[in-house]
Design a protein around this ligand. Structure first.
Ligand SMILES: C[S@@+](CC[C@H](N)C(=O)[O-])C[C@H]1O[C@@H](n2cnc3c(N)ncnc32)[C@H](O)[C@@H]1O
Length: 314
């Protein structure tokens, strides 16, 4: 019971923080017509005969203010050539990979991101991995369909997370389309491994220095785990595609000095300072951020109300 009221107080605190942030965001407020929290079904978006999976969980149902079109809500420093090939969701990840990188794309499924990175010449080498055979077969089929010399440096590997990797093979890891907790486990090991921390290999132990992540949920958990493990979140971008909001974060390895939960404010965890900074400069990102925060508020409220009801039952 005590745990419940503790959690309920925390949720109220989160809601208050988010309400404050939403006031700071100001700007436009489009009417929310309909929404559902962290849906399970991936949206299927047809693109030039190719099936693109959009796996992000915050549905946006709002009308853009006059003067804005849906396509305008790219957000961030999107490379237009990637946007036209991959769409906004995967396009922003490709845009955030540095030129000349060697990349591991964990959970690649269709393999579109690795293919675009190789074909564009942005990456020197890409390993596309998946822990399941069928998704990796999807990637293989994509490669066979395209059948391009530029893809010779693209390797497919079957395996769980970083287990497919040898030390020093890549400098960048991308993960998208899975939740923040799964991403955290991929990068830093599973929960419950606490006793084996010293033996557990974390992403930095493989020589990786940059990660580009697009979680489908548990974003604040992922922020916290990155910071706690010595990574600095250097950018976060909010954008949208086909009515869904995506948050993409870039983190770079610094050091594990001066990091720790105590240094990290609740606001920083919940919303992310980069999203706030960007929203203050870009009307499009401001609109998206407001909608995302409103969604979070509804999510926390329904969790808190659910807890209150179940404690009344007892
Ligand atoms: C929804 S798909 C996302 C595909 C692609 N990354 C995208 O964003 O469109 C998620 C993929 O991640 C894979 N996956 C989940 N956990 C994984 C892990 N620990 N290691 C490797 N692959 C994983 C699943 O098999 C699935 O193919």
């Amino acid at each position: 019971m005590e745990l419940r009221s503790d959690t309920s107080a925390r949720l109220s605190f989160f809601m208050l923080t988010l309400s404050t942030v939403i006031l700071e965001c100001g700007g436009f407020s489009g009417p929310i017509v309909n929404s559902f929290p962290y849906g399970r079904k991936p949206a299927q978006v047809p693109l030039g005969g190719v099936r693109r999976q959009a796996a992000v969980r915050v549905q946006m149902s709002w009308r853009l203010p006059k003067g804005y079109r849906r396509e305008d809500v790219a957000g961030g420093d999107m490379d237009p050539s990637f946007a036209s090939i991959l769409g906004n969701r995967l396009g922003i990840i490709a845009s955030l990979v540095n030129n000349g990188s060697c990349v591991l794309d964990v959970g690649t499924d269709h393999g579109y991101l690795p293919i675009a990175l190789m074909k564009s010449g942005k990456a020197l080498k890409v390993i596309a991995s998946d822990k399941n055979i069928l998704p990796l077969d999807n990637a293989r089929q994509s490669l066979e369909r395209i059948n391009d010399e530029a893809l010779e440096q693209l390797e497919l590997r079957l395996g769980d997370g970083l287990a497919v990797l040898s030390c020093g093979e890549v400098d960048t890891v991308t993960v998208s389309g899975v939740g923040g907790k799964v991403i955290s486990e991929i990068l830093f090991g599973a929960e419950g491994d606490a006793g084996e921390v010293s033996e557990r290999r974390r992403v930095q132990d493989y020589g990786v220095r940059r990660v580009v992540l697009q979680p489908t949920g548990s974003i604040s958990t992922l922020r916290k785990d990155l910071l706690m493990n010595g990574w600095e979140i250097v950018d976060e971008i909010i954008n949208s595609e086909a009515g869904w909001i995506y948050i993409t974060m870039v983190a770079e390895w610094r050091t594990n000095e001066n990091q720790g939960e105590n240094n990290i404010s609740a606001e920083r965890m919940l919303v992310g300072p980069h999203l706030l900074r960007r929203a203050s400069n870009s009307a499009a990102e401001k609109i998206l951020l407001r909608e995302w925060i409103k969604h979070q508020l509804r999510h926390f409220k329904s969790r808190r109300d659910g807890m209150r009801m179940s404690s009344e039952d007892v």
